[in-house]
Design a protein around this ligand. Structure first.
Ligand code: PAF
Length: 272
């Protein structure tokens, strides 16, 4: 992969890259279509990265379907589908990690303390291997996108990071490979995330600017479903991810909620 990228670059071709963990859905495909527009060559990786899963998380059962994924990428079309195995990426384990600091100690980082170190490390490795000019990440993982932008700045990667809007099911549920775990009867609970975010957007547009009140409204709406367990609901500055008390400039409302055994995340911008 490294050698192919080098040859493409020598030929003057630009490279866009979309890293994924596979089990592709419309959200991933929209990132790929965006990447397609941004460069001559589109590279997509599929690698379920073990270092971003803690013991007891769903690494072993994370949904995988390489054949279906391959067919979906052919339709985009993707020029290079890079599917390394674990041995190729972590041949001798890993002694050197990229550890994001304060940005990784909030929100998802509180309940998943090694997650962002695993993500930053594998993305750094993939950037070195694929050597892209541009890489596209989904806004659905807003904290991940923020951390990767910061890593690129802090470690002087010469990669342009593009954030792409979240793709939703017609009923509003943010697309995620983990939606495959949801049972039909859990759907109303799962929908309460996007519904409460939309309600917050409407409240802010109507002039409510107290973050505490907006978060309380969302907690009540989601908590009304007995199968939900709220991990966090926050309204944060989009760059520092620090909580804001008053929404007097654009902010981001983000949440992680367990629905049965499935952990869902979602976020939307709040614009006063
Ligand atoms: O968002 C994901 O699917 C993963 O965290 C990523 C960026 C591919 C790193 O493993």
């Amino acid at each position: 992969m490294q050698r192919r990228s080098q040859m493409l670059r020598q030929d003057g071709r630009s490279i866009a890259f979309v890293p994924t963990m596979g089990f592709l859905h419309e959200g991933h495909l929209s990132l790929m279509r965006e990447g397609r527009q941004l460069a001559d060559i589109l590279v997509v990786s599929i690698f379920v990265n073990p270092t971003q899963f803690a013991p007891g998380e769903d690494f072993a059962t994370y949904p995988r379907d390489m054949e279906k994924d391959r067919l979906l990428t052919e339709k985009v079309p993707v020029d290079i589908l890079f599917t390394p195995d674990e041995q190729a990426i972590y041949a001798d384990g890993c002694q050197t990690f990229v550890t994001p600091q304060a940005l990784a100690k909030r929100m998802c980082g509180l309940s998943r303390p090694i997650f962002f170190q695993g993500v930053a490390t594998v993305v750094a490795k993939l950037f070195h291997i694929v050597n892209p000019h541009t890489a596209v990440f989904g806004e659905k993982d807003f904290q991940q996108l923020t951390i990767i932008r910061r890593m690129v700045k802090d470690l002087n990667f010469d990669v342009n990071i593009v954030g792409a809007a979240t793709v939703r099911e017609p009923d509003g549920l943010a697309m995620s490979s983990r939606n495959a775990y949801l049972k039909p009867e859990q759907r109303p609970a799962a929908l309460s995330l996007s519904q409460s975010l939309r309600e917050a957007q409407a409240q802010v547009a109507a002039g409510l600017i107290q973050a505490e009140q907006i978060v309380a409204g969302a907690r009540a709406r989601i908590g009304a479903h007995p199968e939900t367990a709220i991990d966090y609901i926050v309204i944060v500055d989009p760059e520092t991810l620090k909580e804001v008390a008053v929404i007097d400039r654009p902010a981001r409302m983000a949440m992680a909620v367990g629905v049965g055994t499935t952990r869902l995340i979602d976020n939307m911008p709040l614009v006063p």
